[in-house]
Write a protein that binds this ligand. Structure first.
Ligand code: KIV
Ligand code: ZN
Length: 392
């Protein structure tokens, strides 16, 4: 049976923490509207206690984007009443509001960051959940730095906050320290115990990409029982970023038999969302970025181009239209073969050329390709013009 994985997008909270990526209220609203079109299940719209502007933006998103049943709106609070109040007053305008509380569980956080005992931190967390629960029915608790926490303490925190009313437990790999087998095992152990305490609680994961493992860790978590994933568009976020939404979605879809899991995401909106976020935030997507990079669906080697024209699946595991791109792109270079060259000319309407004519133009193309890195359509038009002039 296929399991539905809940997708929680934190582009507007963790993603917006990228230096220089700040959005104004109108732009945040635009991103939230696009996230709704993408069919994410939960939008984390900001951190209302951080500033009046952030509070107002979350409030606007809650009322204008969260006005239907198909998306839940949340925002982040530390485990203190003023933060929880700020989230409550901002998200309560949504049809489905959620309060998200974060508090560390690792010794580093408990002892060094807060200078408290484990018992004190656990009590603070429980009180925060009870307070949030008195305001709204849906409360998520994030055990910050979970992957570097003592397991038994982590578990006692989870058990206590679930008993206090938390409806979602989020396990963050806050500093991107975990590796897939280890993170999968952690999720397996938590899931195993959690289902005996309350099997309605959603088990969530939130991974960072410091070692380039955020997507792998998230997928390992899904294989080991996670019900929900937290991601950002294009993987933007603190330091090396968060799990990239588009990577997890396309991995689940492309390798569906290995995961038996799917999401509600409207995959055709992936590219539109990626471009909107990149443009508004002024964060260029790395050209070779999986799924949304400019080169993700372009092929430049002659051997590959020839193979693709014979059988696309030889070098293509995702049809570009799946993510909203018209088609693959064959980038002509000196390494492109005759087959790709002929295909490119045909695409431009030059489809009546004899083999002999093609051979002559191909020689000119090779000369040109040797002198520049890539040959574009306008270069091909010029080659054809030259050819026709000579052969009139
Ligand atoms: O990375 C982290 O631990 C977070 C929490 C707020 C979930 O962003
Ligand atoms: Zn984070």
């Amino acid at each position: 049976m296929t399991k539905n994985i809940v997708v929680f997008d934190t582009t507007l909270r963790d993603g917006e923490q990228v230096p220089g990526a700040k959005l104004n209220q109108k732009e945040k609203l635009q991103v939230a509207q696009q996230l709704k079109k993408l069919h994410v299940d939960i939008i984390e719209a900001g951190f209302p206690a951080s500033s009046k502007g952030d509070f107002e933006a979350v409030k606007e998103i809650a009322s204008q984007v969260g006005n239907t049943d198909d998306v839940m709106i949340t925002a982040l609070a530390r485990a203190v009443k003023p933060d929880i109040d700020a989230v409550y007053h901002a998200v309560k305008h949504a049809k489905k509001p959620l309060i998200h509380i974060v508090l560390g569980t690792s010794d580093i956080h408990v002892q060094k960051k807060f200078s408290k005992t484990k018992e004190q931190i656990l009590d603070t967390g429980v009180e925060a959940v009870k307070y949030a629960k008195s305001l709204l029915p849906e409360v998520q608790y994030s055990t910050e730095d979970a992957s570097r926490s003592d397991f038994e303490y982590l578990w006692s925190t989870i058990e206590a906050v679930v008993k206090a009313g938390a409806t979602m437990i989020n396990i963050p790999d806050t500093v991107g320290f975990a590796e897939p087998d280890e993170f999968g095992e952690l999720i397996y152990k938590i899931n195993d115990r959690l289902k005996n305490v309350n099997n309605q609680v959603l088990l969530s994961v939130h991974c960072h990409n410091d070692l380039g493992l955020a997507t792998a860790n998230t997928l390992a978590a899904i294989k080991n029982g996670a019900d929900k994933v937290e991601c950002t568009i294009n993987g933007i976020g603190e330091r090396a970023g968060n799990t990239a939404l588009e990577e997890v979605i396309m991995a689940l879809h492309t390798r569906s038999s290995r995961y038996q899991a799917d999401t509600n995401i409207n995959r055709k909106e992936i590219l539109n969302t990626s471009r909107l976020v990149s443009n508004l935030m002024g964060l260029e997507v790395q050209v070779n970025k999986a799924i949304t990079g400019e080169n993700a669906f372009s092929h430049s080697s002659g051997i590959h181009q020839d193979g693709l024209l014979k059988a696309r699946e030889a070098y293509e595991i995702i049809h570009p239209s799946e993510i909203g791109l018209d088609d693959m792109e064959l980038v002509l270079t000196a390494r492109s073969g005759r087959h790709a060259f002929k295909h490119a000319l045909q695409q431009l309407g030059f489809d009546q050329l004899t083999e002999q004519q093609l051979e002559i133009i191909f020689e000119d193309f090779l000369q040109l390709a040797d002198s520049k890195k890539e040959v574009y359509n306008h270069d091909l038009y010029r080659l054809m013009e030259k050819f026709y002039k000579k052969n009139q």
